[in-house]
Every structure is written in structure tokens, then in C-alpha cells.
Design a protein around this ligand. Sequence first.
Ligand code: AP5
Length: 225
Amino acid sequence: MLPGGRLACVVKRAVILLGPPGAGKGTQAKKLEAKYGLPQISTGDILREEARKGSELGKKAQAIMDRGELVSDQIMMDIIRERVALPDCARGFILDGFPRTVRQAEMLDRMLNGSVRLQAIHLLLDEETLVRRLSGRRQCARCARLYNVYASPSPSDGRCQACGGTLVQRSDDREDVVRTRLEVHRRQTEPVIQYYQSRSHLKHVDGDGDADEIFRRIAAVVEAV
Ligand code: AP5
């Protein structure tokens, strides 16, 4: 590794964070972004931003997200193609929430065409912890910082400690929707783990424990390549 956390590689790289809803992909992607200077691309955040703007895509996506189902592969691929073409992805990027189906993984491979070194990291966590993390998640409506009512420091006054913004719960974090999201993950996203395993791009990381400790496990994997 180079000073300042830069990765010592001239090859463009993509770190793919895989794992069920609530495994900590977003939390860890932000830490990776801060340490290595590669941008976090969260497809969920992109869809939620479209919904906030009230675009046609956003309205359609919001209805799908509220049911806990997946937006179509083609729409997701168009979003990714446009996003990775931006200048901040010149050295690489971190994918958080994409690919989520084998078809998306295949389309990503075709798009990158061997030009990027792929590294998939699978965060493992048991289902009860996932449900607890998701039902306790709150996010600042202003600066997007994540909190959890079950974790410390907890947002006791409902305000963001960083900017004072209001903390809100995601509409798809209701327990019934969470159960659907976990089932969709089992059916449609677990085969993606197998997809990368069979291409030797995959490492499993224990997603349980303190977020900084988990990050150290992930960083060790990232820096080993
Ligand atoms: P998306 O936003 O990607 O949701 P997700 O994958 O379900 O993941 P989450 O954001 O819920 O969890 P996470 O793993 O990022 O955990 P986090 O770090 O936030 O997708 C939403 C929807 O968009 C999908 O359902 C689908 O409809 C659509 N979509 C998105 N991408 C798509 C695609 N490619 N194809 C089709 N549709 C797509 O942490 C969760 C909570 O736990 C937080 O409160 C956090 O503070 C807490 N936490 C994190 N780490 C720890 C820790 N170590 N200890 C204690 N608490 C922790």
C-alpha cells in the first residue's frame, strides 16, 4: 500500500461488497471509500435519490423497493454503466448492492471486459442479527449518516450528531418487508456468490462484531491482492 491509504496498483480495481440486507455493506463501503479513495457506488442510494427527486424511474423503483423486490436487471445495468463512466471512477470503485443477480454479474463482466481487477467480498451474518440491524437502522435525512437504535452511540433525541438533521427509518426496513428482502436475497443473490466463487474472485469475511474490527478484516483482504 502507498502512503495515505492509496493502493499500490496501476490496475483499475472494483471491490464488490456482497451480503444480505443489513450485513453492513453500506457501512463498510464508506470506510473503504475513506481509506482508499475509491468511490462507493450504492445502487440502493442511487434509486432512493431518484425517488426523492420524483423522477419516473424513482417512482417505479420506490414501489418495487417498498415491496422488497428487485428492480430490473437492464435498468440497474444502465445505471451502473453511466456511473462508472464518471471521472471519479478512473482508478476503480466500490460496488455496494450490485450485482444482485447472476445476469447482472454477467452483464458487468461483459461491460468491464477484463479491464478491471474484480474482488468480491462476502459479508456473513446470521438472520436474527440482520433483522435487528435493519429494524434499528436510522439515517440522517440531511447528511445520510447511518445510526442504529440498538447500537452505541444511539440517536436518543432523533437528531444526527454530525449535522443535527432528522433521523428517519427507511420504508423497506419494516419487519415484513425485511423478511421479503432476505428471501429475495436467498433466491436471487446467493447464486451471485457462487458465480464469483467459481471464478476465484471471492473472499468470505465474518460480518459480526464491531464495525472497525470488520473493516480491518476487509482491509486485509483488499490489501492482499
Ligand atoms: P440497498 O439499499 O442496496 O439495500 P440492501 O442491500 O438491502 O442493504 P442495506 O442497505 O439494507 O444493508 P447494508 O448491508 O448496506 O447494511 P448497512 O451498512 O446499511 O437496496 C435497497 C433496494 O433497492 C433493494 O431491495 C432493491 O429493491 C433495490 N436495488 C438496489 N440495488 C439493486 C440491484 N442491483 N438490482 C435490483 N434492485 C436493486 O447497515 C445496516 C444497519 O446495521 C445500520 O443501522 C448500521 O448502522 C448497522 N450496522 C452496520 N454494521 C454494524 C456492526 N458491525 N455492528 C452493529 N451495527 C452495524
